[in-house]
Design a protein. Structure first.
Length: 288
């Protein structure tokens, strides 16, 4: 099914590509994230297309191309290969890939391609959870293991907004000296958190993996595991701007559980995609 971001025709010189990835096979509690790509695209035309921060329209300045929403293979490895192929194609057209999940497992499909194209790639991971288990429900390819698999590929990861973990993950982060900016520390000293982000991303190519449950459930209730104590909208935007100022080369947005009665989280996800495009356009214009 073809539904374009903002409801606009694909721009002939688009610099941003939206890649729907409706994968859901390992969700542990509230299910429905498979429907998120379609629902996020469906709400996107209800936004204003002009930005109030930089007074520009990203659909005109850099343009969007949206892949159709298509079923992925139920086999996780095959599904990840399908995502990898679209990311690779996006790079061949010199477009910025934004993968719309689906569960968090989809990130691995992007990283497998990007680590070959961008030496020294790092991942900035916004999430309530660490996703650092070795296995989950007898599988090594799940939403709860994805950052562990990326780390094992030799890609450094900085996790931000974390506010829950299991004992296995606790032992792992101690052993590996794994970098984390805890949600509680963001609330105490946001500027210090940003300084740590700056130090991590300096002089590196960056991929952003944005799990929507990094937000406090007051802002984003439509997620599978709504952990209290998350970040807010303005904190998220400040982090996004910081990454775009450096060398952000792609991102994904995952783990939305659509709610047909109250689609506030789908709208928030669409707005985040819009704001990333705004910041990319502002950077091209010398405004960021």
């Amino acid at each position: 099914m073809k539904i374009s971001f903002l409801g606009l025709p694909d721009h002939p010189q688009a610099k941003v590509a939206l890649i729907p990835a409706p994968l859901e096979y390992s969700t542990s509690w509230k299910k429905g994230t498979k429907e998120a790509p379609l629902e996020i695209l469906k709400v996107s035309p209800n936004m204003e297309f002009f930005d109030e921060e930089y007074f520009l329209d990203p659909s005109e300045k850099i343009g969007f191309f949206t892949y159709p929403v298509e079923e992925l293979s139920f086999d996780p490895e095959e599904a990840l290969k399908e995502i990898s192929q679209k990311v690779e194609e996006t790079l061949s057209f010199n477009r910025f890939p934004i993968v719309i999940g689906g569960e968090h497992t989809v990130t691995l499909g992007s990283i497998r391609v990007l680590k070959e194209s961008f030496p020294g790639l790092k991942v900035v991971h916004l999430d309530a959870h660490l996703d650092l288990r070795d296995r989950y429900n007898q599988s090594s390819f799940t939403h709860a293991t994805v950052m562990r698999k990326i780390y094992e590929l030799g890609v450094p990861v900085l996790s931000i907004g974390i506010r829950t973990l299991c004992k296995e993950e606790y032992e792992f982060i101690k052993q590996e000296n794994y970098p984390i900016i805890w949600a509680k520390d963001i609330k105490v000293d946001f500027k210090e958190g940003l300084r740590k982000v700056e130090n991590f991303v300096k002089d590196s190519y960056i991929f952003l993996s944005f799990d929507m449950d990094v937000f406090d459930p007051a802002f984003a209730p439509g997620v599978g595991t709504p952990e209290p104590g998350g970040i807010d909208w303005w904190e998220a935007l400040t982090i996004l701007k910081t990454l775009v100022k450096h060398r952000l080369i792609g991102m994904d947005l995952v783990e939305v559980k659509p709610d047909p009665v109250n689609p506030v989280t789908e709208y928030l996800a669409a707005k985040l995609i819009f704001k990333v495009a705004v910041y990319l356009a502002a950077k091209n214009e010398g405004l960021l």
